[in-house]
Design a protein around this ligand. Sequence first.
Ligand code: 9L3
Ligand code: MG
Length: 138
Amino acid sequence: MSAPVAEPARRSIEVVAGVIRDARGRILLARRTEGRDLAGRWEFPGGKREPGESPEGALVRELREELGIEAEIGDHVITVPQQYPDKHLSLDVREVRAFSGTARGREGQALVWVPPHKLAAYEMPPADVPVVAALGQP
Ligand code: 9L3
Ligand code: MG
């Protein structure tokens, strides 16, 4: 019999993110800050779902904490499964139907409003790349 192979610890993380559009139809990306994984990449804003939270509830909280906006969550866009070396991540992306307040990087992160056809020019975390196609952008 062969020796049992140690399974790597696989954390499973549920992450939610929003597609936030301004009056001109541009979409908001946030730049991941230094010292975190994937620093410097541009992402659809959001974060980890906490125990007991719905995806919508988690997204409302994350957008309030990170951007200072009050969001109304709309349609589901895509759920992207992503295997990293040390963890499994599921990125659940939803449209933000409306929001109040002015989006600001409340955690020091840079923000940019991007015309949809220019999204593909931004270097993103791997999980965010399929979101661009799901939004109908090449
Ligand atoms: N992540 C990927 N794309 C996104 C978001 C919001 C998050 N649009 C990934 C980066 C991290 C993990 O999810 O590996 C947890 O995110 P955070 O809590 O570090 O922001
Ligand atoms: Mg976050």
